[in-house]
Design a protein around this ligand. Sequence first.
Ligand code: CFM
Ligand code: HCA
Length: 532
Amino acid sequence: MAKERDMVLDQYSSRVYKNRKSHMTQLEFAEKPDEVAANTRAIPGIITARGCCYAGCKGVVVGPMKDSVVITHGPIGCAFYSWSTRRNKAKPSYEGEPNFVPYSFCTDMRSSDIVFGGEKKLEEGIDEIMRLFNPKCIFICSTCPIGLIGDDVQAVAKRVEEKYGVTAIGYSCEGYKGVSQSAGHHIANNGLMRHVIGKGEEAPKGKFSVNLLGEYNIGGDGWEQERILKKIGYEVVSVFTGDGSYETIKNSHLADLNLVMCHRSINYIAEMMKTKYGVDWIKVNFIGVGATSKSLRMMAKYFNDPELTMRTEEVIAEELAEINEDMEYYKSKLKGKTAGIFVGGSRSHHYQMLLRDFGMETTIAGYEFAHRDDYEGRDIIPQIKADADSKNIEEITVERESGYEDRYSEEVMNQMRAEGVELDTYDGMLKDMKKGYMVVDDYNMFETDQLIEEYKPDIFFSGIKDKYAIQHGGVVSRQMHSYDYSGPYAGFRGAVNFGRDVSMSLYTNAWALVKPPWKVTPMIEGTLGGVG
Ligand code: CFM
Ligand code: HCA
């Protein structure tokens, strides 16, 4: 029972053992999975793959909004490291639309600013931004020292709004808040809800309008999804936030339906928009051919329009015909191989579906910073106990705005749910994994090495921190955050790109073919104990 898990855990000291045991589950019964401890502090000194709260707010959620300037209030290192390292692609969608995504703005806090305070420097920096770029929206993202010295970024944002008549949001998203990037998502979502969503009045023109939530256009994924949605006849009002904009997000409350891709980073907005504006959300997954078709069909069921349903089927058939030959070819190369996937949040679940399209199984998986609901499904949310770290992140409550109504009665909603539409809910990753597979929350480098040794996956998908160590060990490794600078991997065409890249990597595992020099000839020569 739980053999592989015990082999890893048994090597820990008793304190570490107890902690890590709660984060690791070897699925015994797929229909009744174990609890997975999640969203708790990493053990100090352990080489976790997690990032910080600032990364979640600045890098993940608000950074991709192309017409808005994000200023890092803090030392230059934080701004430099978060400058285009995440592959959220963006381009102007009409002539003259600003795109600040390639830029990095920072107050460059120095020692004297830390001693005397940095608010003045921040305000001067924003004056310069207004002079040079004149954006409609500015996000101020605080790094660790800002919270420690107590600069009031919200007060600065208020002064900027009064002075320039723009939207300015001060985020207290210091790196140390919470336990990971996840805190930053929550803080960023709260700010968008308070200051952006609902500000616009431009109603959608199309008959069926949607927002795409939690899609960050990594490697152009969002563009592929928009291509398919538009082909069917949907109007995409806004995308949160890949290639997204302040201009469109402010109108997002007027769309008919929210599609949630990354549950982890954006579920707060989906929930709040449902409460405040009556906009329903469905959990979609456009990663994988089967998953994409399933998501499109759920959408058609939601709108329940015969013409839309017909067009959905037409487009699915057309797209499948286009990729069929390539998919079959890559399937012949990949069938029967196994994988490990350890990414931040939702992708570790999403990509298992795409791998299955090629006949591959994911035997080890986990999230860096997701919450229990991302593993076990939203039904367990009432059981999650808030700890000091999560209580530190503001929870905002919203109420129904007058003039907004639910589209469907609870009865109709339940009927749709019974027909398989994942309305206002998410079932989590565990239910899609099989008996014996291992799930590890907040994985670390030691566990990675151990799991690879025990499960021997043909390929390991993770991030920049561990990629090269794994690869040099002779195991095929691909970055699932940046796609190793390839992509898109979403939708129908993306699936083919993924099949190609994975096949290419598996059949060219150069590191497994070379022997390091120290294994061929000794690096030093000498004698032991002075005997000739
Ligand atoms: Fe959502 Fe993301 Fe992810 Fe994420 Fe991230 Fe990312 Fe990710 Mo890197 S929003 S949780 S905080 S799907 S940046 S686009 S790849 S860890 S699995
Ligand atoms: C982040 C961004 C990141 C890092 C990727 C990695 C991304 O968490 O701050 O560790 O390889 O996707 O760029 O998740």
